[in-house]
Design a protein around this ligand. Structure first.
Ligand SMILES: Nc1ncnc2c1ncn2[C@@H]1O[C@H](COP(=O)(O)OP(=O)(O)OP(=O)(O)O)[C@@H](O)[C@H]1O
Length: 316
């Protein structure tokens, strides 16, 4: 479906993409993962024909992006990192304009616009000015323009960036749904974002491909670094019993830590509130006062322990 062969992009002395090779197969969601400045946007801009490579070749459905750009572009819907939206247009005006730019047949435009608005769930917003939309809805409008003409491949550059957690979940669901009909390539620098929706992950660093595998295989590759933090709350005896039990698990290294002042603080506040919601200002003042007293006592205890230790040293 997509072949990227020995792709290079140099900006003067800076090599942004360095002999990149990969294949994208039909009907899968690909994650393009890498830190800021790794070369993701540059690669995507070259795949969509917006930027000319310094060296190398990109084939989309057999069409060479450099030699048959119109044919190659027809296969691709692109949502750039900053969606090319016009804030003074309504959603409908903008989609009509995008359909014209994509040279969709005139008699099919209205049906196609209705289809993409339904697919991205923006029909309710069709008469709103784009400048009045939330970031999440702007992103949906960007996706809608990418879907015009029903391209086989969708290339989405950081589609979740700047969205709040609820919007991220909504866009993620939307992309998952799109993945059933289209081949999707999306970029991100956040692993969890990619691994939750992608079938395959391409990791890029300093313009080079450093890994290409399923999220599961990449996860097991990292298995040896798995660490788990377990908190045991209870009396000293209960904690000691738990540690002894854990030590019986083969291959498990148990490291214990003592409570921090923050833990003590949380413990004390729990005890103070006793599960009841705070009510009057007076009650809160009393609680804060007794909390401060308890904290001071804890600090005094710690201090006296330290003092005893340093006294012991001096005696020795
Ligand atoms: N127009 C340009 N002129 C010069 N250097 C550029 C240009 N565009 C990108 N670069 C450089 O190319 C490298 C790759 O940038 P690119 O934007 O492709 O990375 P990215 O992985 O998409 O990063 P981000 O996640 O921050 O968007 C960076 O070092 C960047 O500074």
């Amino acid at each position: 479906m997509i072949e990227v062969k020995d792709l290079v992009k140099r900006y003067s002395k800076n090599t942004a993409v360095d002999h990149l090779n990969f294949h994208v197969q039909k009907g899968q969601i690909y994650g393009f993962l890498g830190p800021n400045g790794a070369g993701k946007s540059t690669t995507m801009n070259m795949m969509t024909g917006y930027l000319a490579p310094t060296e190398g070749q990109i084939l989309i459905n057999g069409y060479d992006v450099a030699e048959e750009p119109m044919e190659a572009r027809k296969c691709i819907g692109y949502l750039p990192e900053i969606p090319p939206l016009y804030p003074d247009m309504t959603v409908l005006e903008y989609l009509r304009f995008a359909a014209e730019l994509k040279q969709l047949p005139k008699n099919e435009r209205s049906t196609e616009i209705e289809r993409v608005m339904d697919e991205t769930r923006i029909k309710d917003m069709e008469n709103r000015l784009i400048r009045h939309l939330s970031k999440g809805y702007k992103q949906r409008v960007g996706l809608a323009q990418a879907l015009l003409g029903d391209p086989e491949v969708l290339i989405l550059d950081e589609p979740m960036v700047g969205l709040d957690p609820k919007q991220i979940i909504e866009i993620r669901e939307l992309i998952r749904g799109l993945g059933q009909k289209h081949t999707v390539i999306l970029s991100s620098h956040i692993l969890s974002e990619i691994s939750s929706i992608c079938d395959h992950v391409l990791i890029i660093s300093n313009g080079k491909l450093v890994a290409s595998d399923t999220p599961e295989n990449l996860g097991s590759y990292m298995k040896h670094t798995d660490a788990m933090e377990l908190q045991v709350r209870g009396s000293k005896e209960v904690c000691e019993q738990a540690i002894e039990l854990l030590k019986q698990v083969k291959g498990l290294e148990v490291k214990t830590t003592t409570a921090t002042l923050e833990d003590v603080f949380l413990e004390l506040t729990n005890e103070e509130n006793n599960g009841n919601p705070k009510t009057t200002e007076e009650q809160e003042k009393t609680e804060r006062f007794s909390l401060r007293k308890k904290l001071r006592k804890t600090e005094e205890k710690e201090f006296s322990v330290k003092e005893t230790k340093s006294d012991e040293k001096e005696e020795k």
